[in-house]
Design a protein around this ligand. Structure first.
Ligand code: TUI
Length: 309
């Protein structure tokens, strides 16, 4: 079954769950425009998540999802809330949803994990997941090590459930390419970060618009949790400390509260401006509706005109 039919959405475009960013304002706009809006529950408690779910429902009657950041403590309570609030679709990140599968499936919830390689994709299929989001190294935030170009066809070959491509996708040409690689949909974060409806500081959006394809860097590789963000004073200091072999404690102290500094305060030098490499392809702030319609229109036009050989 097509992913649009499976989830009852108009367009095969997911909005990536960005912690502290993908809240009702953005999610409601994406779902109302025919894509799949996804609430990022990372950093939220039960009451905050309940409030965001209800705000989205006040904005749209169309389907939306909640993302579970599995590294976060307190996920159990959020799972119970999702079931209680009758949310129909859950995406997961940064771990395996194994422990929650019986509960989620008993509640008839579609479960769609983000995965960084074929091995984990196969495990998710065996667990009974409904689809997977194959997220490449180009993505923003916490990332795996395989590029989208290699990951998507490898995962599409290895599993029979639908594959959604993520990491680096911001324009129609890339959406067309993702479908050519075997994906049935795309998930985009960075392009929605720069949307009118996105609640981040204007300074953060401006840095995405100013970025080119070389503007992001990956920090945290030495600690085993690589994170992609726009290069600034904080990432330069952090990378220097990593090169000098600084301790885990020293490195972790560098980034305490740094994401909030970027999202809320607009501190573009000392905040962590998580973003994918596709920031280089985003040059103007558009409405969510315009972003979705442009992606669909351009991808279809490019596919129709494609000639090989
Ligand atoms: O989760 C993400 N991206 C994120 S989470 C996040 S919050 C954060 N902030 C600071 C430091 C660290 C995290 C920011 N960005 N993407 C989805 C993703 N999932 N990428 C990689 C994975 C993943 C990794 C391992 C999924 C499954 C997995 O293992 C499954 C297993 O077999 O245990």
């Amino acid at each position: 079954m097509k992913i649009t039919e499976l989830l009852d959405i108009e367009y095969p475009i997911f909005q990536g769950a960005m912690a502290q960013i993908s809240t009702a304002d953005l999610v409601g706009a994406v779902s109302e425009s025919g894509g799949l809006g996804i609430i990022a529950s990372g950093g939220m408690n039960v009451e905050q998540l309940r409030s965001e779910i209800r705000k989205v429902r006040a904005m749209t009657s169309k389907p939306f999802a909640v993302n579970l950041m599995l590294m976060m403590p307190g996920v159990d309570d959020l799972v119970d809330l999702i079931i209680e609030e009758d949310v129909k679709i859950v995406t997961t990140g940064a771990g395996t949803p194994k422990g929650f599968m019986p509960k989620l499936k008993a509640a008839n919830i579609k479960v769609i994990p983000v995965i960084p390689n074929v091995n984990i994709a196969k495990k998710m299929e065996a667990l009974g997941c409904d689809a997977v989001i194959a997220e490449g190294f180009e993505a923003g935030g916490h990332i795996g090590s395989v590029s989208t170009m290699v990951l998507v066809p490898s995962v599409a070959e290895a599993v029979s459930i639908p594959v959604i491509a993520a990491g680096g996708i911001a324009v129609g040409a890339e959406m067309a390419a993702a479908f050519a690689l075997g994906a049935q949909g795309v998930q985009c974060g960075t392009v929605f970060l720069a949307s009118k409806e996105c609640p981040v500081s204007f300074a953060y959006k401006q840095q995405v618009l100013n970025a080119n394809e070389t503007s992001t860097v990956v920090t945290g590789t030495t600690l085993g949790h690589p994170v992609r963000a726009i290069s600034n004073t904080l990432t330069s200091q952090y990378l220097m400390l990593e090169r000098e072999g600084a301790s885990q404690e020293t490195l972790e102290n560098q980034t305490v509260g740094s994401f909030t500094k970027a999202v809320v305060d607009g501190d573009i030098e000392n905040g962590t401006l998580m973003s994918g490499q596709s920031a280089g392809l985003v040059s103007e702030i558009k409405s969510v509706k315009e972003i979705i319609e442009t992606l669909m229109h351009d991808a279809n036009r490019i596919v129709s005109n494609l000639v090989i050989g």
